[in-house]
Design a protein around this ligand. Structure first.
Ligand SMILES: O=C(O)Cc1cc(O)ccc1O
Ligand SMILES: [Fe+2]
Length: 455
């Protein structure tokens, strides 16, 4: 993956195949891919001897007995079985990466909060040391809830690998480019794209273009899938063909390396003498995937009113309660606003779900100022919020011509669980103390007349 010289024991042609980076279209397909010809067994999973002397191994993403339409697993054909990629574990500390439950006595999570982008510093940070948890929700021990993180990355992980047994990670870059070298292939990721790294998948993150910053939703619960479209039908919103899963790619590298495992909120390190990214061929439906948010086809109000933001759901992770997500990933992107006689921005509301938002680029219609690219906001469970005074004034008085909302991409991690601020979010990150003031100048317009007072 990072140079032919690192691939031993292969012909030049085979090495080229092994290095080939590419993607296969689809979401949750049964994929098959091999980096060396004939490495994938035909018609069976466990031949007595696998081609090339590989080991066959199954990675289960759902219980063996999960219903057929939810069952996910992948068969890997690898240089060594995974059991050779772990040894004795030693606890290590990644003090900024927190897991739920993480409720602090001296931190109040009840409030409307907004942060400026967390700035880069002189500190050299990798995907692991640069992860900064902002909120946690639910309980990692019972596989329910989530955490929202900001990552700051200034250097690649070198001979260092990671997997999370706790969670799948939804990665939302805002600045810089990253390469995820995973057991199942390579994903390159840039702003306006997202990736899902499944629970249990081993990977290393390289910095392609830095520094890099972005958001991560760590999902402790059931996997993200595509929402049903209901009466919208078979098309629009996120389309399956726009999701891309990498082709097989492997490393045959014998160097002292570390594998870090996140398990029950704690980090454990083990030392091995080779790269664990040694899957030469695989088939199955449990795999990493990336998606370009610019291919998301928004469907909205074409005559009047402002629908619920669920119309912009890209991915949803169920919680077990029907229609009530553990997490919805919702996208507010460029679109036409055409509704007649309508207050077009989001309405004022209180929500039983909790809403964490991030800005990828541009301006968000409910908050023309202050919610900036790289910034985040939190409107917790049952906390009122809505357009600031500037947005309310402008939208109430606007001439309602069709208008394109351009240069705008924000998102929401919406969870059924209340979100708790970490110490970092409350005390270190650039919290805007004056956020609450954005509603201060909203006037009383009721004066007893049907028109109200619009002076
Ligand atoms: O609070 C927000 O800005 C997110 C949001 C957007 C919208 O269009 C409707 C409801 C909602 O919570
Ligand atoms: Fe909201």
């Amino acid at each position: 993956m990072s140079g032919t010289e690192e691939i031993s024991g292969l012909t030049r042609a085979a090495a080229a195949t092994a290095l080939h980076a590419g993607y296969m279209p689809g979401f949750g397909n049964d994929f098959e891919t091999e980096a060396l010809p004939g490495a994938l067994p035909e018609g069976m999973n466990s031949p007595q001897k696998c081609a090339y002397g590989l080991y066959g191994e199954q990675l289960s993403g759902t219980a063996f007995t999960a219903p057929g339409h939810q069952n996910e697993r992948t068969w890997c054909y690898r240089i060594r079985p995974s059991v050779k990629h772990t040894g004795r574990f030693e606890r290590i500390d990644l003090p900024y990466w927190k897991s739920a439950p993480h409720v602090l006595e001296d931190v109040t999570s009840l409030g409307q909060y907004r942060w400026d982008p967390v700035p880069h510093s002189e500190e050299r940070l990798t995907w692991l040391t640069g992860m900064r948890t902002m909120t946690t929700a639910g309980d990692v021990h019972v596989q329910a809830g989530m955490a929202a993180h900001i990552y700051l990355v200034t250097e690649s992980m070198q001979d260092a690998y990671f997997y999370s047994a706790d969670s799948e990670l939804l990665v939302v870059p805002q600045e810089g480019r990253l390469r995820f070298c995973t057991e199942l292939g390579v994903i390159d990721l840039e702003p306006a794209e997202i990736a899902i790294i499944p629970r249990g998948l081993v990977y290393r993150v390289e910095l392609l273009d830095g520094p890099a910053r972005g958001f991560v939703c760590e999902n402790y619960g059931q996997k993200f899938h595509l929402p049903g479209r209901g009466p919208i039908g078979a098309n629009c919103m996120a389309n399956r063909r726009d999701f891309k899963t990498p082709v097989a790619a492997f490393e045959d590298r014998e160097t002292p390396s570390t594998v870090t495992v996140k398990w029950q909120g704690r980090f454990h390190e083990t030392r091995i003498g080779h790269s664990p990214l040694d899957v030469v061929a695989w088939h199955g439906n449990y795999a990493p995937v990336k998606y370009d948010l610019r291919t998301y086809c928004p469907v909205g109000a074409v005559l009047f009113d402002h629908p619920d933001p669920s119309i912009f759901t890209v991915l949803t992770a169920p919680s077990g309660v029907e229609g009530t997500a553990n997490i919805d990933f919702v996208l507010f992107r460029e679109r036409w606003m055409v509704a007649e006689n309508t207050f077009r921005p989001p309405w004022y509301h209180k929500n039983v779900m909790s809403e964490l938002m991030g800005n990828i680029y541009g301006q968000y219609d409910a908050k023309p100022q202050g919610f900036v690219p790289g910034g985040m906001s939190l409107h917790n469970m049952m906390l009122p919020h809505g357009p600031d005074n500037e947005a309310f004034e402008a939208a109430s008085r606007a001439e309602l011509q069709p208008r394109k909302l351009d240069d705008t991409m924000s998102f929401m991690f919406e969870t059924r669980f209340p979100q708790h601020l970490t110490e970092f979010a409350a005390k270190e990150a650039p919290l805007q103390d004056d956020y609450i003031d954005c509603w201060d100048s909203l006037k009383k317009r009721f004066d007893g007349t049907p028109e109200g007072n619009w002076e």
